[in-house]
Design a protein around this ligand. Structure first.
Ligand code: SF4
Ligand code: SF4
Length: 136
């Protein structure tokens, strides 16, 4: 009886289509909620370091003096926490998947190009006859 059940299961499994996709030869389905990889717009990053402090796996490193933002892709667990915390919304979660790595390809370093806008010159307070002088 057991042998018959096993043979039946083996035959049915062979005839059915596979339950899994043959990724990456068959591309994975993407939705707007898919999490692929974190990317940054270096022209908007203000080097505040919030993403580095909130990352649970220490995958991100921000060096304010050198104006660099770096990420260790093998440490990133794609939790989206950095994207949610960035105050200027310069981080995004790309929906596309990347091929899995078999060797560590090094830490990805991005040069921050944000330039702080100059403050407009302060207006000097008006003094003298113009303020409060009454015609005679
Ligand atoms: S997605 Fe999560 S794990 Fe990856 S860098 Fe951002 S905070 Fe860190
Ligand atoms: S990516 Fe966003 S959270 Fe991270 S340092 Fe830049 S501005 Fe701050």
């Amino acid at each position: 009886m057991g042998y018959f059940e096993m043979a039946k299961t083996a035959i049915l499994t062979t005839l059915r289509s596979p339950s899994t996709r043959r990724y990456p030869s068959v591309p994975a389905k993407k939705t707007i909620l898919s999490r692929g990889r974190v990317s940054i717009d270096p022209a908007r990053c203000i080097s505040c370091g919030m993403c580095m402090r909130k990352c649970p796996t220490d995958a991100i490193c921000v060096v304010k003096d050198e104006k660099t933002w770096s990420i260790d892709r093998l440490k990133c667990v794609v939790c989206n926490c950095c994207v949610e915390q960035c105050p200027v919304h310069c981080l995004t979660m790309e929906t596309g998947y990347t091929p899995s790595m078999t060797v560590h390809e090094g830490i990805e370093v991005v040069q921050i190009t944000y330039v702080k806008p100059e403050k407009p010159p302060r207006k000097e307070p008006e003094t003298g006859a113009a303020s409060g002088s009454q015609p005679e």
